[in-house]
Design a binder for this molecule. Structure first.
Ligand code: MRU
Length: 375
């Protein structure tokens, strides 16, 4: 068993202690294990501090961003210091707790819900903490937020166990964007089966789609896989069909930001292209997500709100200069605008199955309702 670290011990007053820990993913460069985001208990000024790995600096620099207040936590969600459905869900829960400590829960809820519109986990988590504490005390919000983070971690671990069944030995897995541990509190959704398989001694090779424009695949998925020692290659998005034709992966696993009741899936832009390529080559296409990502109030994908982001994300890129500085440069024609919708919707007919923490299910309304409502 790995060692328990202080950050996993939360004191909830009256000497009631709750130890939150399963098994953190490894950050080899630091020689230590970290959650993607966590919240310390209130300090002497009475405020809980939210702490997170700064994902905008990865893979070049490893830094922890500390957010002492609601506003800075919301800004961190917006500018993608923290990103990925589960991680922004947990961060939203922590922000909601900070909102209670700042004695402005209604304003806080509105502010958090205006940060990013697509990931269902953000809305679920904010509401969970709000409802748990609106008739109580800030400490209730603190505990509810820790509960959201713990459930996220447990669900992802369980997704890994179910996903393991789908992975033959010597698996070749294609994934898109980053739905690994950086996209959740720990373990990840799409990459959890990979990590569970790898730790169980199975051979697994991952092809990580670059995922333009923010390149979460090339930056974050590749960084995680390298930390875990999982063999992998980064594939440019334009190389997808060629990869399918030449390599024929055994399976595709992607994450989800919101799953509609009928099984349509909003996920990082480009996911639909991957699903179509998988269909063309008869490769199973799995979507791994905790049930907190299912939104039964949205009947189909056409009702999912898709985030549009600044077009600078398409025209500029951040990287490391030869003398080791992080720099952002423009690499498209100056003055040409760009389109930057952050997600697309993959229709249910292209999904082979969902891998959830409650089992593997077909992309059908009745199965989705049943798994969402299962205790
Ligand atoms: O814009 P991001 O990076 O927050 O996008 C979310 C994602 O990371 C992906 O869509 C991912 O595949 C699903 S989140 C687990």
């Amino acid at each position: 068993m790995p060692k328990l670290k202080d950050k996993h011990k939360h004191n909830f007053g009256q000497n009631q202690a709750c130890v939150i820990h399963i098994l953190d993913m490894r950050v080899e460069s630091q020689g230590a294990d970290f959650h993607t985001v966590w919240m310390n208990e209130p300090t002497s000024n009475g405020m809980p501090l939210v702490r997170m790995i700064d994902q905008n600096r990865l893979p070049f620099e490893f830094e922890i961003f500390n957010s002492p207040a609601l506003e800075t936590t919301c800004e961190a969600i917006k500018d993608m210091t923290v990103r990925g459905a589960g991680a922004i869900g947990a961060t939203a829960a922590f922000a909601m707790a900070q909102g209670f400590f700042e004695d402005r829960p209604d304003e806080a809820r509105a502010l958090i819900e205006s940060t990013r519109p697509t990931a269902q986990n953000l809305f679920y988590a904010t509401r969970f903490v709000y409802e748990a504490a609106i008739k109580g005390r800030p400490s209730d919000a603190y505990m509810a937020a820790q509960e959201v983070a713990l459930q996220d971690e447990l669900a992802c671990r369980q997704i890994g166990q179910y996903g393991l069944e789908l992975m033959p030995d010597n698996s070749k897995v294609l994934t898109h964007c980053n739905a690994g541990w950086l996209a959740f509190v720990d373990w990840g959704s799409a990459l959890s089966p990979v990590y569970v398989a790898h730790r169980a001694g199975k051979e697994v090779f991952v092809y990580a789609d670059m995922t333009a424009p923010r390149n979460q695949g090339g930056r974050l998925t590749a960084w995680e896989l390298a930390n875990e020692g999982v063999p992998h290659q980064i594939v440019p998005d334009t190389g997808l069909m060629d990869l399918m034709d030449e390599v024929r992966p055994d399976l595709v696993i992607v994450g989800a930001d919101r799953i509609a009741a009928n099984g349509d899936v909003a996920n990082k832009i480009g996911t639909r292209m991957v699903a179509l390529a998988a269909r063309e080559f008869d490769v199973p296409f799995y979507v791994a997500a905790p049930t907190s990502t299912i939104d039964l109030a949205t009947s189909s994908g056409k009702d999912i709100r898709i985030e549009s982001r600044s077009y600078d994300e398409v025209t500029h890129v951040t990287g490391l200069t030869e003398d080791g500085r992080l720099e952002t440069v423009q690499f498209t024609n100056p003055g040409s605008p760009a389109r930057n919708r952050a997600f697309d919707v993959t229709p249910n007919k292209l999904v082979t199955a969902f891998i959830t923490e409650r089992g593997i299910i077909r992309p059908r309304l009745e199965d989705i309702v049943a798994v969402k409502n299962a205790a």
